[in-house]
Ligand binder design. Sequence first.
Ligand code: SAM
Length: 333
Amino acid sequence: MSSYLLLRNPSANRVYAGEAAPLTAAELELTAPFASEIEQASVAGVDYLAFAADNLSRDDLRILASQSAAFALFRRDGDALYPVTLPRVDLLDDDLVTIPKYQGKTNEQFTRLLLNVTLAVCTRPAPFRVLDPMAGRATTLSTALLAGCDAFGVESDDKAFDATAAFYKTYLRRKRLKHTADVAPVRRDGRSIGRRLDVRIKLERRELIATLFTGDARDSGSLYGKKRFDAVVTDAPYGVVHGAGSGGKRSRTPAKLLAETIPVWAGQLHPGGALGLSWNTLGLPREDLATLLAEAGLDVQQGGAWERFAHRVDSSIRRDLIVAVKPKPAQED
Ligand SMILES: C[S@@+](CC[C@H](N)C(=O)[O-])C[C@H]1O[C@@H](n2cnc3c(N)ncnc32)[C@H](O)[C@@H]1O
């Protein structure tokens, strides 16, 4: 066994106002089965996430490089630290996620963490198709694309849709990436019901696909039809900046919206797929959300590190995350 120190990106501490350490430790525990003895460590006044592991394989290094706050890795031998090169795992530059700035944006590192822990329990083969049915201005969609997933979304706010479409078009052109990015009307029974953005990014190794519909999260099933997803990853409205849209009214709690949408999203998952949700616990207790997920036939991940993600965002938001898996049908004898 060797000892390792993972240096967190300095911004992690700003973003989570001192709560980054336990969150990133829980993320490592759930996503890196090869790591043991995970704990905080301080060397010469700098904080690290320490863990023990046998010789790290290429796959292990890829998992470490994908951690939401990964910055640098060292092997520790007594007082000496030896740098270990982390591979580049993202398929696109991270400014795809960091450039857009707006009120109500889910922070990028937390979004990566939510995606990582959700995909960690998905038993489907990669590359994954990820759906965010309350996509905002596409933080989850862009994070999923970076991580090599195809990304699909629904968003009820036309302005957020317009901003996303404009941003992708400008960004992809400026980066000189081979791509198409088109907005088209969506028609059902001869009448227009909204719009869709379709993006294709042609990379050397593969083509990444993103689609975003205008519309209601409750209609995600009818908008995407027979398409099934490996993961649903979404940050629910907090009832502060973004109300939970229910017929134009804003609600302080997303309970009603989630009660109506979770069964729809569960139906859009492949068996073996996973649903990861972050929400404001001040509007909806964890147990109530776990009940909604269980009633939709999903297996909620509970106990241990799964229950160590709650953290303060501000005086009116205490955010937590919950992940549930769609069971595979029992094998017939
Ligand atoms: C917390 S924000 C997600 C922000 C997003 N992750 C981002 O960083 O841009 C929640 C989003 O859900 C959207 N929303 C609320 N109710 C909705 C509904 N019924 N259907 C679809 N989207 C909805 C809001 O417009 C908002 O953009």
